[in-house]
Design a protein around this ligand. Structure first.
Ligand code: PA5
Length: 466
């Protein structure tokens, strides 16, 4: 039996101008409020938690409780799929991308490194999360040389341009390279019956996984959106989901003073609302967790950033960024809080051999010890510099713990949105960007929008282009 341990929340350093958050006059009142909001997420049927007519809480009420048989099916299909390929391409953007990379890297190691190891099979690549041609050409170069490629294209709407372009390119390549069986190597994750991707999958006979109606992109890593890719990379899905269930139960049942998700949501809210903090630095010294801080960067702002409100999330990787943004965090404008992701047993380690060097005093010491000391040092320094700091302490980097972290954080952020008075599960701003970009790139049917935009552009004075 794996030894499962909870993630701890350490908020001893969450104070502003010498006052700990627990003594803030809003603390108790917000704690009461959040207990009701948690109930709303569990049983509510309110416009605040709906996208159109759908209550968007499947990530909380269903994903952690998915049947073992469903996980076994995905795990077995993915294992068989992975055994037949050397290279795997996951295509998607936003919520249909970040969780997959973040989880694989957290549990297995950074893909920029592990893809180089001969033992890694399949290697994992991502496309469709941007449209940079140089990057796309390099990945294509790798795939052209590969003897067997597998693809998972993920898009809930089935119409997002970036993954649609990447998939169009890769699908052609697959058809040319593997004319006999390309369809067997393509898995589509999309809506159960709507959208262009679903139509294409039906026409070509691709195997599909369904994105549930009641799960939005940034809350989807714990449903088939994330699960298939994780299983291809060899991550144990039952352990991962057991972690989400564990955190969900803790969020539902722990009293407020022992409830990491609720406490974190209340602290972030008070810091924003009363202490005028506008940025949450999401920091880690563990390279494996770098992408998890990017996942946090997506989850928070896309959830909270509405009606002129919301905390900006700034991922920082230490100690690298201590030599850059570190100056601003220490002494710049006091408008930020900081959340550290720390790991008790980070995994592989090595002993420093440094006799007669400038770091002689560290000879024989573990590298993890020094890394931890530096990250804790940064936390202490930032706290003394006036930054309210809290830490999520992960016992280790495994599927159970990462599942736990996601569920805790999705609860924190969804509740944070509700505390701010915004609907956490819509993203009208992203839809707006998609509409403008579609018109600019000549999508048929957007001529009126394009003409309108051109009028606005023309009205801008040329005098300001120098
Ligand atoms: O959280 C979200 O809703 C977004 O980040 C989406 O995941 C992203 O825009 C991709 O959308 P889709 O899966 O429809 O291609």
């Amino acid at each position: 039996m794996p030894n499962h341990q909870p993630i701890k929340l350490d908020y001893r350093h969450f104070a502003c101008e010498g006052k700990h958050i627990s003594r803030h006059p809003q603390f108790e009142e917000t704690a009461k409020k959040i207990t009701n909001l948690q109930q709303l997420l569990l049983t509510g049927d309110d416009p605040m938690i709906k996208d159109k007519e759908v209550v968007m809480t499947g990530w909380k009420t269903e994903s952690p409780y998915v049947a073992d048989t469903a996980l076994e099916e995905i795990q077995a299909t993915a294992k068989n799929f992975a055994s037949q390929i050397d290279d795997f391409v996951s295509i998607g953007i936003g919520g249909s991308y970040l969780g997959v990379q973040a989880t694989i890297e957290a549990v297995k190691g950074s893909l920029s490194i592990i893809n180089l190891l001969p033992r890694t099979k399949p290697r994992v690549f991502f496309l469709g999360n941007h449209m940079d041609p140089n990057y796309t050409v390099r990945v294509m170069e790798i795939l052209q040389r590969s003897s067997s490629v597998g693809v998972n294209v993920i898009s809930k709407s089935g119409g997002t341009v970036e993954p649609a372009i990447a998939f169009a390119i890769i699908e052609r390549m697959m058809e040319r390279k593997f004319p006999k069986n390309s369809a067997e190597k393509i898995i589509v994750t999309t809506d159960k019956d709507k959208g262009a991707l679903k139509k294409l999958a039906n026409e070509k006979g691709y195997k599909t996984y369904v994105v549930p109606d009641n799960v939005g992109g940034r809350y989807s890593v714990t449903c088939p959106v994330g699960l298939f890719g994780l299983a291809v990379a060899g991550i144990d899905l039952k352990e991962f989901i057991a972690g989400t269930r564990f955190a969900e139960e803790q969020t539902r049942n722990n009293p407020f003073e022992k409830n990491a998700a609720l406490l974190r949501a209340v602290m972030r809210f008070i810091a924003y609302d009363s202490w005028q903090k506008k940025i949450e630095v999401a920091a880690t010294g563990n390279f494996n967790l770098k992408m998890v801080t990017s996942w946090m960067q997506q989850l928070g702002p896309e959830t909270e950033g509405k009606d002129g409100k919301g905390l900006w999330i700034s991922p920082e990787f230490y100690t690298q960024d201590a030599h850059a943004n570190g100056q601003m965090i220490q002494e710049g404008e006091r408008n930020m809080i900081e959340t550290f992701l720390m790991v008790e047993k980070p995994g592989d380690d090595l002993i420093i051999t440094a006799k007669d060097t400038p770091v002689d005093y560290l000879d024989g010491q573990k590298l993890s010890f020094v890394n931890q000391a530096f990250v804790e040092g940064l936390r202490d320094a930032h706290y003394h510099g006036g930054v309210p700091c809290m830490s999520l302490i992960l016992p280790k980097l495994d599927a159970f713990t990462i599942g736990q972290l996601y569920q805790l954080e999705m609860n924190t952020i969804a509740l944070g949105g509700l505390l701010l008075g915004v609907n956490p599960f819509i993203q009208p701003g992203v839809q707006q960007y998609k509409a403008v970009a579609n018109a600019k790139s000549g999508k048929p049917g957007t001529e009126k929008e394009l003409a309108e935009m051109e009028k606005i552009e023309k009205a801008l004075s040329q005098e300001f282009v120098v």
